[in-house]
Design a protein around this ligand. Structure first.
Ligand code: GAR
Length: 215
C-alpha cells in the first residue's frame, strides 16, 4: 500500500481554538500570535461551556467566539455537524484543541483530517484519557510530560508532533505534577502551531517529520 503523505501549508493562515475551561494553553498561543511568533490569525474561539474562563478571555480580547449548547442538538453527530458548518464558513486551516473536553465524533475527525491538533498532559501513548497526572504518579513512572498530536478518531492516538518530558518526583501530587507539565505545554503548543503554519510538518502514515526551515 502506498504511503499517505500530508504537508502543512506554508502560508499566513487562520485557526480556530476549541476549549472548555481555564484556557491557559489558548492564552499562551494567543500571546505568541500577538507577538508575531505565529504566522496566522485566530479566526474563532469555540467553547461548549459559555462560562469557561478561556472563553471569557477570548470575548474580552475581541476575538470571534461561538458557543453551542449541547441540549439544542439531538446527537453528538448533529452537534459536530453544525460545528463543521461554522468552521467551513470561516476559512479555517487548523483547529487547535486546547483543553476541549468533549469527544469529537469520527465524521468531524475525518472531515478535518490533518487539520486538528490536541495537547495532552502525558507522554502518549502512555496514559491516554483523564486524570493522567495521577495515573502517572500511581504507575510510578520517573518521567511524564506533554504531547501535541494530530487528532484522529481514536482518542489520544494520532500522530505525534512534539513532546516535552518532565521528571516525576516522589512527593508529587496530581497538582504539582500538572503544574510542572503545564509549563512545558505552554512552550510546545505555540511551537507546534508555528511549525504547522510555517509549512514544516509532514505526516507520513503515523509519523510526523519536522522539515528544516526554508524547504
Ligand atoms: C491541559 O493540561 C491540557 O493538556 C489538558 O487539559 C488542560 C487544559 O488546560 N487536556 C487534556 O487532558 C485533553 N485530553 P488549559 O485550559 O489551561 O489549557
Amino acid at each position: 500500500m502506498s504511503e499517505e503523505v500530508f504537508r502543512s501549508p506554508k502560508k499566513r493562515g487562520r485557526f480556530a481554538v476549541f476549549l472548555s475551561g481555564r484556557g491557559s494553553n489558548f492564552m499562551a498561543i494567543h500571546k505568541a500570535v500577538q507577538a508575531g511568533g505565529i504566522d496566522a490569525d485566530i479566526g474563532l474561539v469555540f467553547s461548549n461551556k459559555r462560562e469557561a474562563p478561556g472563553y471569557l478571555y477570548a470575548q474580552e480580547h475581541g476575538l470571534e467566539t461561538l458557543y453551542l449548547y449541547y441540549k439544542k442538538f439531538d446527537s453528538r453527530e448533529a452537534y459536530d455537524a453544525r460545528l463543521a458548518e461554522e468552521i467551513n464558513k470561516r476559512d479555517i486551516d487548523l483547529i487547535v484543541l486546547a483543553g476541549y473536553m468533549r469527544i469529537i465524533t469520527a465524521p468531524f475527525c475525518h472531515e478535518f483530517k490533518n487539520r486538528i491538533i490536541n495537547i495532552h498532559p502525558a507522554l502518549l501513548p502512555a496514559f491516554p484519557g483523564l486524570h493522567v497526572q495521577q495515573q502517572a504518579i500511581d504507575w510510578g513512572v520517573r518521567f511524564s510530560g506533554a504531547t501535541v498530536h494530530f487528532v484522529t478518531a481514536e482518542v489520544d492516538m494520532g500522530p505525534i508532533i512534539l513532546q516535552a518530558a518532565v521528571p516525576v518526583h516522589q512527593d508529587d501530587t496530581e497538582d504539582t505534577l500538572a503544574a510542572r507539565i503545564l509549563k512545558e505545554e505552554h512552550q510546545i503548543y505555540p511551537e507546534a502551531v508555528k511549525l504547522f503554519f510555517d509549512g514544516r510538518l509532514e505526516v507520513r502514515d503515523r509519523r510526523v517529520f519536522i522539515l528544516p526551515e526554508d524547504t
